[in-house]
Design a protein around this ligand. Structure first.
Ligand SMILES: Nc1ncnc2c1ncn2[C@@H]1O[C@H](COP(=O)(O)OP(=O)(O)OP(=O)(O)O)[C@@H](O)[C@H]1O
Ligand SMILES: [Mg+2]
Length: 616
């Protein structure tokens, strides 16, 4: 776990109780064989764990006693000669070996179960995330979503794989040990029970202190790493401003305060070790001293003490097991609470209902022609319900038309595209394609009607080929080359170090803006859907490349309905119709010539906005 993640783990809210953990059950119960194996080896290991103490008793009582004092029961354990000390050691070793095997198997099965369950939970979270609507990702930040996928699942993983397993084992062993102790001597058992709180209470108090201190140290470290991450990713800015010294001293300070926080924590921890060991061992030995006196002096039966040396040894071991298990349980409790909080958050996410859903009985469609109608459409983004991003839009686009959208920044051009793809639902009015209200179509069928080049041409990490073939499932390499040539991307891709197989880096950051656009266009050409949406598809190209792209788009648009958000005159000149938007409203619709004559927003825009307006 890296520092930030660890810090995240501590900051995440804890639940008030462990009830939410129950919701993990449906994931766990899928693996009954693993669970049964775990339980089997848990019981066997716990039994042998107690059995080890019996082995110690036997070794002491049977192996070291004077012959006449050897209890009859010893013959049971004698593997060979009853008088041979080695026999009893062999008995002990066999139990030890069994304990080792069963403990290993118990660990194996519970860890596999933990990993299996967590793998399933991660898969469900991711599958769920891909179905959620844009509205969700505006409400819940990416960092938060990702930490559910990583930090929260990791918390649960430790809980299933270790905490719960150790807790169950500790409880089983403690109960077994207490019962056994009771049989050996109930009086001594009660005395041990009385000293329990003396050890457990300080352990809880100091444990809390340690937790706050470790959060403090992790906070410091997380800040330092976050800062370092930021300056390294903009190392050119740091170096250009010659601020290396300041960056180094800032980082050093955070590292030093992390160290100081750790020092405090280590001190408290050492103190706790002293208290627990000191109090624990001293008080148990004290009880035994007392017990031994009682046993030896006053309770002689048939001339023998009522407790044998072996029994006293066994009792000490059992008592120690109980005390250390209870100490362990107190520290597990906080972990269980944290995992419970994590489970709560994950289950909330898994129960999240996407706002945009396909209708229950969607209308069956295959390929549409692309007649688009907006009837009195008004829309506000869910995070800004008081602001109308689109207001009373009426628009009719015929199949095969090329329509250009122009308008100032923030006018609502991109929003129109998002509504067509149904990333959001409109508040009033209707949008239809070939007469079908888009709400009545399966969202997948609807989105298959569109090829889009988005603003900023977002690409993925991976090779150039991967990014192009992303356009259509099952597209062949030949088709991809063809699309790439049409988008005039072929030439520059071939010059990359490994051609089409060049890794483009995270979000294709090794490419220039114009190169990214051409790949995005190739991807869109490959998709070959009836309606094309181009959001400023040519904005970062120089005029030569732009002309080439223009040609590519022309061939691409021939048989398709095309909506282009245009920042270039050459684009609007080719359009059948220009739609001018401002503040979410349509101000004007017409051809370039009509609109220039109107002398309204368009004629002003065309003077200032179009990069190539000088040819007007
Ligand atoms: N996800 C969102 N949540 C809330 N408001 C948004 C969201 N996306 C856009 N907006 C707002 O909606 C309005 C229209 O935005 P839109 O992206 O459609 O503008 P645009 O015309 O494409 O502008 P540009 O030319 O700068 O790309 C803007 O005021 C913007 O701030
Ligand atoms: Mg836009």
């Amino acid at each position: 776990m890296n520092a930030t993640l660890e810090n995240d783990v501590n900051k995440r809210d804890k639940a008030k109780n462990v009830k939410p953990l129950r919701q993990l059950w449906p994931f766990i119960i899928n693996y009954p064989i693993i669970i049964l194996n775990f339980l089997l080896f848990l019981i066997l290991a716990a039994t042998l764990n107690l059995g080890i103490t019996e082995a110690f008793r036997v070794i002491v009582d049977c192996g070291f006693n004077e012959e006449k004092l050897i209890p009859k029961s010893c013959s049971r354990y004698a593997m060979g000669d009853i008088n041979n000390l080695g026999s009893y050691f062999k008995f002990g070793m066999i139990i030890g070996l069994g304990l080792a095997i069963f403990s290993a198997l118990r660990f194996y099965f519970i860890s596999i179960l933990g990993q299996r369950v967590i793998a399933d939970i991660r898969k469900s979270i991711y599958a769920k995330l891909t179905t959620l609507s844009s509205e969700y990702f505006e409400r819940v930040h990416t960092g938060e979503v990702l930490s559910r996928l990583t930090t929260d699942t990791t918390l649960i993983e430790t809980v299933i794989g270790s905490s719960i397993s150790f807790a169950i084992r500790s409880i089983a062993v403690s109960i077994g040990a207490l019962i056994w102790m009771f049989f050996i001597s109930w009086k001594l058992t009660l005395m041990v029970a009385a000293i329990g709180p003396i050890i457990i209470i300080p352990a809880i108090i100091i444990g809390r202190k340690i937790r706050t201190l470790s959060i403090e140290s992790q906070d410091n470290l997380a800040q330092a790493s976050a800062r370092a991450g930021e300056s390294i990713s903009s190392i050119q800015t740091v170096q250009a401003f010659t601020r290396e010294k300041k960056e180094i001293s800032d980082f050093n300070n955070s590292v030093e305060s992390t160290f100081n926080a750790h020092k405090k924590r280590i001190f408290v921890r050492s103190f706790m070790t002293f208290i627990i060991f000191g109090l624990g061992i001293i008080s148990i030995i004290g009880v035994m001293w007392f017990g031994a006196n009682v046993a030896v002096n006053s309770e002689l039966i048939d001339g023998k003490p009522s407790l044998s040396g072996g029994q006293i040894t066994q009792f000490i071991f059992l008592a120690f097991m109980v005390v250390s298990s209870s100490g362990f349980l107190t520290s597990t409790w906080t972990e269980l609470l944290r995992a419970s909080g994590a489970t709560q958050r994950i289950m909330e996410l898994l129960k999240e209902d996407p706002v945009i859903k396909s209708p229950l009985n969607p209308k069956a469609i295959s390929v549409l022609k692309g007649n688009i109608e907006f009837n009195n459409v008004s829309f506000s983004y869910p995070s800004r319900l008081n602001d109308k991003a689109l207001d009373g839009i009426n628009l009719s686009i015929k199949s095969g038309e090329v329509v250009a959208f122009v308008g100032p920044s923030g006018a609502g051009k991109t929003t129109i595209f998002k509504l067509l793809l149904r990333f959001y639902d409109i508040q009033s009015g209707s949008i239809t394609i070939d007469g079908n209200p888009i709400k009545l179509l399966r969202t997948k069928d609807l989105r298959k009607q569109f090829s889009i080049v988005q603003q900023g041409s977002p690409l993925f990490s991976g090779s150039a080929m991967d990014n192009i073939t992303y356009g259509r499932e099952g597209a062949s390499i030949e088709e991809a080359y063809k699309a790439s040539k049409m988008a005039f991307a072929d030439e520059f891709i071939k010059k990359l170090p490994k051609g089409y197989n060049t890794d483009l880096g995270e979000a294709a950051e090794t490419l220039s803006g114009g190169q990214k656009q051409r790949i995005a266009i190739a991807r869109t050409i490959l998709r070959d859907a009836p309606i094309l949406l181009l959001d400023e598809a040519t904005s970062s190209l120089d005029s030569d490349s732009e002309k080439e792209i223009q040609k590519a788009i022309e061939t691409m648009t021939q048989s398709k309905t095309t909506l282009i958000i245009a920042h270039r005159l050459s684009t609007v000149l080719k359009a059948d119709k220009i739609v001018v938007l401002d503040h979410g409203k349509i101000i004007e619709i017409g051809t370039h010539k009509d609109l220039l004559e109107n002398k309204r927003l368009y004629s002003r825009l065309s003077k200032h906005q179009f990069n190539d307006s000088e040819i007007l």
